[in-house]
Design a protein around this ligand. Structure first.
Ligand code: NAD
Length: 493
């Protein structure tokens, strides 16, 4: 056990000590070149009790720590993260593969959540009314709930953990993070820096592991709330298991986001945004645009312009080459899944007008790929392939485009490109997605707004970050007080 994280090897952090747990290890590799980065010691279900115990003990003092002190630690944390942002971005690029610019965006979005937490008093403020009945005042307070758990995916190694634990901690809870085993180094660094900011031992823990660890955290009698972000099948299971055990659960899942283009759209702006949405982070974003629906006559013009833009993109190892636009997939299984998507579209008769399988490389690469003339019934248009694979469909009018995108089981985000305000308004009102963009490539919620997926993109009620994040990590208490106005007489005045 050690107080500092001195080696690259990822350990769990419990009660303020870095410790190797379990006998199994997981090799963390740079997905661009296969280079070994670290070994993660994978805990087992039997290790979970120690983490929950440390968090439960720490909760008593931490929940009683003044809010001003908790916010001060967030100020410290923000300054440390800003100081370390470039180094964290390099770590993200090494273990995830995304470009340095994308990695900077990943940590920057997370820092913005910490900034929100610097002003948490606004979100945690009491509400009330004087004299709601004769001599009676009513007030509601928001109080912390206890030991909270976060289970995070590989695709945003910094942003997604930071969606969760700063909000939970500044609200007075303790927190246990179970990061993706594929990108544990960024998570360890974030937790180490949070300790440097002044968090007492046991307030924030990290435990590495797989399904057994997740299930033990969810079902432990002393954990109260579970935040999950990952794929839909796992999100649904986590939600069911958690709610069955009486826990609050917010579980964000996968997506299939459509970008709708009308005839009157500014084509240069539209193409730039579609390219960013579809191929940024190699398509490994829950807000990635993976479907384009061209409405009316814009289809051929758009397809040609997309091909021109795709041909300028460079796919490669972003950890060695700053000019790379598209990095690798996270691992072999992901690359094979995207290849399967391409084969599926070909079997279904869609036209593959750009084939990313032609990218020759040793890492887990697939270049930007584009299908045209995809039908809404095609499996390639229905499944989340989670890679640089964009499918274009052609709808006769906006109603048809909306009907197609609303037929998806997912409801994360969608976008319209048009110069027509009335069409944009009609679109925003009728789509069944939680985040809508107008002439914006990726309408992902920034820190003050909750990340509001719907349908099978989200299980639960209160979403992560923003106002709903604070509601999720707190419970309400009502104080109803009566002070009769005869006190002056009793004082003899
Ligand atoms: P994943 O579901 O495989 O893993 C997510 C987390 O769950 C990891 O920590 C993993 O160790 C754990 N896990 C995996 N299988 C489990 C099981 N059977 N039981 C319990 N825990 C399990 O997801 P991923 O591949 O890491 O991430 C990609 C997915 O996440 C995509 O579907 C993407 O759309 C989604 N995602 C969603 C959002 C959102 O806000 N909706 C944000 C980011 C990513």
């Amino acid at each position: 056990m050690s107080k500092t994280l001195t080696t690259n090897n990822a350990r769990s952090f419990i009660g303020g000590e870095w410790t190797h747990l379990g006998s199994k290890t997981y090799d963390v590799k740079n997905p661009a070149n296969g280079g070994g980065l670290a070994e993660v010691s994978m805990a087992t279900a039997s290790d979970v009790d120690a983490a929950v115990h440390a968090a439960s003990i720490a909760f008593a003092d931490w929940s009683a720590t003044p809010l001003s002190k908790r916010m001060q630690i967030m100020h410290n944390y923000r300054a440390i993260l800003v100081r370390e942002a470039d180094a964290i971005a390099e770590l993200i690029t090494a273990e995830h593969g995304k470009t340095i610019a994308e990695a900077r965006g990943d940590i920057q979005r997370g820092i913005e959540v910490v900034e929100l937490c610097c002003g948490a008093n606004r979100y945690l403020a009491a509400e009330g009314n004087q004299e709601i009945a004769s001599n009676i005042d009513a007030q509601t307070w928001r109080e912390p709930i206890g030991v909270c758990v976060g289970i995070t995916p590989f695709n945003f190694p910094a942003m997604v953990p930071l969606w969760m634990f700063p909000v939970a901690l500044v609200s007075g809870n303790t927190f246990i993070l179970k990061p993706s085993e594929k990108v544990p180094l960024t998570a360890c660094r974030l937790v180490e820096l949070a300790s440097e900011a002044g968090l007492p031992d046991g307030v924030l823990s990290v435990i590495h592991g797989e399904r057994d660890v997740v299930e033990a955290l969810i079902t432990h009698k002393d954990t109260v709330a579970i935040s999950f972000v990952g794929s839909t099948p796992v999100a649904e299971k986590v939600y069911q298991l958690g709610t069955h055990h009486g826990k609050r659960v917010q579980a964000a899942g996968g997506a299939k986001n459509a970008l709708v283009v009308l005839d009157d759209a500014d084509i240069d702006n539209t193409v730039r945004n579609i390219i960013g949405a579809a191929y940024g982070c190699s398509g490994q974003r829950c807000m990635a645009g993976s479907l384009v629906i061209a409405v009316g006559d814009v289809g051929d013009r758009l397809a040609n312009a997309l091909c021109v833009a795709i041909d300028k993109l460079k796919t490669g190892d972003a950890s060695r080459d700053n000019s790379v636009d598209v990095g690798p997939l996270i691992n072999e299984a992901s690359r094979e899944r995207v290849e399967r998507g391409i084969e599926t579209g070909l079997k279904e008769g869609a036209q593959l007008i750009r084939d990313g399988r032609e990218v020759i490389n040793e890492g887990q690469f697939i270049g930007p790929s584009l299908f045209d003339h995809v039908q809404p019934k095609h499996q390639v248009a229905i499944e989340e392939w989670f890679g640089p694979l964009l499918c274009m469909m052609r709808a006769k009018d906006l109603d048809e485009a909306i009907a197609w995108l609303n037929s998806s089981e997912y409801g994360n985000g969608t976008v319209i490109f048009t110069q027509n305000g009335a069409a944009a308004r009609d679109f925003a009102r009728n789509v069944q997605c939680g985040m809508v963009g107008v002439n914006v490539g990726v309408p992902a919620a920034l820190a003050p707004y909750s990340f509001s997926g719907r349908k099978r993109s989200f299980f639960g009620d209160l979403h992560v970050q923003g106002q709903e994040g604070f509601l999720f990590y707190t419970q309400q208490k009502l104080i109803l007080s009566r002070w009769d106005d005869n006190y002056k007489r009793s004082m003899g005045w």
